[in-house]
Design a binder for this molecule. Structure first.
Ligand code: C2E
Ligand code: CA
Ligand code: CA
Ligand code: CA
Length: 279
């Protein structure tokens, strides 16, 4: 038994080394990914639950790795955050999302809001406001068509700095939403203090609200609280029609999820948008 234990330990150790090695290789390759044009944006529709119209799209980054194929953000965003690479990657995402949204408008597609994820690392980086300003100016996109999604993690840290950044971003005329709402650790006082526009109700509450009374109660409470504070709500991870009915009944304004559409490349999204308008 002792020998087996030692073997298990050794196996565990070497697999950890393999893992670290693999991450190092991935990171080295990620450093050159922007320059080589390997990053892509996919877009997922966000719908107005009252009218059924597509009113927005979340931009989700992908990495077209020459050997691994399409790499999802769960695999490289944490690496990018730890290494600081998320700053140039995030800047690329912002510029590309604004450029694409403006291009769709020029093509005569109905104007939609493009929602861009911001890492807490970007949020704390001194150049964020300038980066966003530049992305808007370069693309010619009106700021009201840009939404930034931040998580409650941005609230940890110096309240004055957070307050200043939020105020400066809001003064550009864009929208701010809280992503994964309900999964952070913060107290709720910040909702009173900062001018957010929208709460994105986390998938973990939405996914099973048709079968789990607790999930349903949480979604109902979040929607009611948001309305009391004058905030809009969007439900994430909507995969079934039954969820849509429930969300409408609770007064949730918007929804996003596989039921309406998966994240797709820009061309496919433009077709989706064109079809949706014709109806
Ligand atoms: P997120 O911001 O919460 O994005 C939603 C994730 O849920 C996306 O995964 C999306 O594809 C997935 N999703 C959407 N609808 C459904 C559904 O109905 N069912 C299920 N099961 N999943 C659904 P994705 O694209 O793999 O992104 C994962 C996370 O990576 C994002 O979570 C976000 O935290 C991060 N991320 C993605 N793009 C960026 C980016 O450009 N910058 C930063 N900083 N983070 C990003
Ligand atoms: Ca998001
Ligand atoms: Ca989310
Ligand atoms: Ca998330």
């Amino acid at each position: 038994a002792k020998a087996a234990g030692r073997n298990t330990y050794r196996f565990f150790e070497s697999s950890m080394q393999a893992d670290a090695l693999e991450r190092m290789r991935l990171l080295a390759r990620l450093r050159t990914a922007i320059g080589r044009g390997e990053l892509r944006l996919h877009f997922q529709p966000q719908l107005d639950l009252l009218t059924g119209a597509v009113i927005g799209a979340e931009a989700l980054v992908r990495w077209e790795h020459p050997e691994l194929g399409l790499v999802l953000p769960a695999r490289f965003i944490p690496l990018a955050e730890d290494s600081g690479l998320i700053v140039p990657i995030g800047t690329w995402v912002l510029r590309e999302a604004c450029r694409q949204a403006a291009a769709w408008q020029r093509d005569g597609l109905p104007p939609i809001v493009v929602a861009v994820n911001l890492s807490v690392v970007q949020f704390r980086h001194g150049d964020l406001v300038e980066t966003v300003t530049d992305a808007l100016r370069e693309s010619g996109l009106d700021a009201r068509f840009l939404e930034l999604e931040v998580t409650e993690s941005i609230l940890i840290g110096d309240a004055e700095t957070v307050s200043r950044t939020v105020t400066q971003l809001k003064s550009l005329g864009l929208k701010l939403s809280i992503d994964d709402f309900g999964t952070g650790y913060s107290n709720l006082a910040y909702l009173k203090r900062f001018a957010f526009d929208k709460l994105k109700i986390d998938q973990s509450f939405v996914r099973d609200m048709d079968s789990n009374a607790d999930s349903c109660a949480l979604v109902r409470a979040i929607v009611q609280m948001a309305h009391g504070l004058g905030l809009r709500t969007i439900a994430e991870g909507v995969e079934r029609a039954l969820l849509v009915e429930q969300l409408v009944a609770l007064g949730c304004e918007e929804a996003q999820g596989y039921f309406f559409g998966r994240p797709v490349p820009p061309d496919e999204f433009a077709e989706f948008l064109a079809r949706n308008t014709a109806r």
